[in-house]
Design a protein around this ligand. Structure first.
Ligand code: CDP
Length: 132
C-alpha cells in the first residue's frame, strides 16, 4: 500500500534500560514521551530509516534487533511500527524533536507520560527488557 506513511520508532536498549524521549513539538504532543523515530523516506527500508532517524535525532549509531509485532494507527494515513534496537556507539543527546531523554530501568518504564499510540509497543518492549 503506497498511500500510507510508515513511521518507524526504536525501543533503544542499553545496559538493561530503555530510552524514552520527550517531544518538544508540535504543541499537541510537546511534553509527552515517545520512542524516538520518524517517517520512512522513499527507497528506504524500515531498518535503514530507523538507523538514520536515531542518528539525526540523538547522534548515536544503533543496530535494529527485531520488529515488535503489530502496527499502530497515528493520524489518518500514518502507521507506527516499532523495532527494538541496541546502542552501538555514542551517548544519546536531544538534538532534534526532543527536549529531554531518560534511560528507564525495567521497573521504571511506566514512569513517564508516553504518547497513547506508543503505549502498546512500550509495554511489549518493557516485557522483553525484563526477560533479558
Ligand atoms: O522526523 P520525522 O519528521 O520524519 O517524523 P516525526 O515528526 O518524528 O514523526 C512523524 C509522526 O509520527 C508525528 O506525528 C509523531 O507524532 C508520530 N510519532 C508517534 O506517534 N510515535 C513515535 N514514537 C514517533 C512518531
Amino acid at each position: 500500500m503506497k498511500d500510507r506513511v510508515v513511521v518507524v520508532a526504536g525501543a533503544l536498549y542499553d545496559k538493561g534500560r530503555l530510552l524514552a524521549a520527550r517531544r518538544s513539538a508540535p504543541a499537541e504532543l510537546a511534553g509527552r514521551w515517545e520512542l524516538p523515530g520518524g517517517k520512512l523516506e522513499p527507497g528506504e527500508s524500515p531498518e535503514q530509516a530507523l538507523v538514520r532517524e536515531l542518528r539525526e535525532e540523538l547522534g548515536v549509531e544503533t543496530e535494529p534487533v527485531a520488529r515488535i509485532p503489530g502496527e499502530w494507527p497515528l493520524k489518518p494515513g500514518y502507521v507506527l511500527q516499532v523495532w527494538t534496537a541496541r546502542l552501538v556507539s555514542g551517548e544519546p543527546e536531544p538534538l532534534e524533536d526532543h527536549d529531554a531523554l531518560r534511560w528507564l530501568a525495567p521497573h521504571e518504564t511506566d514512569a513517564v507520560d508516553w504518547l497513547d499510540q506508543d503505549r502498546p509497543a512500550v509495554a511489549e518492549a518493557a516485557r522483553l527488557l525484563r526477560e533479558r
